[in-house]
Design a protein. Structure first.
Length: 230
């Protein structure tokens, strides 16, 4: 029987903390990279992230914490990146370990500024990772509601259906429901575009427009999203 794959998270923010919490519901050990040595030592002693979702208590025996990204990548089979897209390249510049044969999942929304690519395409073009080893984790799912264990939903996309199913199973719990897709491009672009439409909806609300206009805005946004992705 093959060994169970090892999972790790790269990032120290609220979404990374929420994902580590989800993984800890199902795994005996989770690798966790964050830059802050202070945050790592605080978690080891106080069992919570001092900066984000501090209400979430961890069993530190489940965590393999390190501020060395190479150590975490070396020991993991599935790596979830959960850092702002603007800082992704800076973190990856410190990476000397090969990502070959690793399965990389992006929990990042947005474009990598240096390449103007969505995160999945960036990993494919920059690190020659096949799309069968690249996945996307999207919501709608707010980190603070994961901390409160409120019922939330995730979409897990990967061209390799079995890897998407494994990630979905590993993240699922009594408060997380995960469904799968084989469309990483549509999933990642849709997650990014919906934030733009949310801003537009906020502007319309601030201008005093009512429900009728918001419905028109939403209907047109959905059509535009479909057209853009196609």
């Amino acid at each position: 029987m093959e060994d169970e794959p090892k999972f790790a998270v790269v990032g120290g923010g609220s979404w990374a903390t929420a994902i580590v919490k989800m993984l800890c519901e199902n795994l005996e050990q989770v690798g966790w990279y964050m830059r802050s040595v202070y945050a790592i030592e605080h978690i080891k002693k106080q069992e919570h992230n001092p900066n984000y979702l501090s209400s979430v208590e961890f069993n530190v025996n489940q965590l393999r914490l390190s501020n060395d990204i190479n150590e975490i990548v070396r020991e993991a089979d599935y790596i979830i990146f959960a850092i702002p897209s603007a800082f992704l390249k800076r973190e990856l510049d410190n990476l000397t370990e090969s990502l070959e044969h690793k399965v990389v999942f992006s929990a990042i929304k947005g474009i990598v500024p240096e390449t103007s690519l969505i995160v999945g395409e960036h990993f494919h073009q920059t690190y020659n990772i096949p799309f069968s080893n690249i996945g996307v984790i999207t919501g709608p799912c707010h980190a603070e509601e994961v901390a409160l264990e409120r019922l939330s939903y995730l979409t897990i996309a990967c061209a390799d259906e079995e890897k998407a199913k494994l990630m979905a199973k590993t993240l699922s719990s009594h408060y997380i429901n995960a469904k799968t897709s084989d469309d990483i491009f549509g999933t990642e672009y849709a997650a990014m575009l919906k934030n733009i439409y949310a801003i537009a909806a906020g502007i319309a609300h601030g201008l005093g427009y009512g429900d009728n206009f918001q419905r028109v805005l939403l209907s047109n946004a959905i059509r535009e999203m479909k057209k853009f992705i196609k």
